[in-house]
Write a protein that binds this ligand. Sequence first.
Ligand SMILES: [Mg+2]
Length: 262
Amino acid sequence: MLSALIFDVDGTLAETEDLHRRAFNRAFAALGLTWRWDAALYADLLTVMGGKERLAHYIETRRPDEAAALHALAPEIHARKTAAYSDLVTEGGLPLRPGIGRLIGEARAAGIRLAVATTTSRPNVERLLAANFPPGAEPFDVIAAGDEADRKKPAPDVFLLALAGLGIPASEAVAFEDSAAGISSARAAGLPVLATRSRYTDSHRLDGAFSAVSDLGEPGQPHRHIAGLEWPGGVVDLAGLIRWHEALDDQGTAFQAMGTSR
Ligand SMILES: [Mg+2]
């Protein structure tokens, strides 16, 4: 029985990654640091999950001569980056990706519960939700975020935390991801994964997802199918997810992930 949907945030709910990059650059500028991260560099850095971890990786690999001083400054950089991210969302908004709002609405109407499993910090999640849902709407029953999990993706910890919060086994949920590390994390937690390709994960292989698509799609705005399960009309909807999940239950076996590629 399908009882919950669990979503990654960055790149899955919204194309947040460029705002994170610009927020880091604002923090660097505010602290008098001379470098800036361009889109190509940030795409490389995104292989490291979690903003704090990403910054530490950058310092280790690109600023080794200043590493001690920069590691000491890192908490301040990250705090300013989180504030700058909130400002950027307030200034420019941050729309949900195609089909996200629709699928969330379908799930809530059907009594399917919703959770978030993300390596990003909780304030960033709350800012995104505040920009897209009316006050008090609280679309997600459970939010597992940032440092609440011991290990970042691709470890399964944050998805296991979301499942624990929902109080259900992995066999009752489907995960939504946009990155290779995220798919690995969800799969390691025992979850089937539907993958949408995002701007910054354009080069990622989406192996391990039972279905890979460009986005969830909207009626009249079909998505592009990439691999695995196909969706009538180019739209991922709750009815289709429930049908797929029931077929999985009927087989009485663990799901067989499709080998997918670009
Ligand atoms: Mg992501």
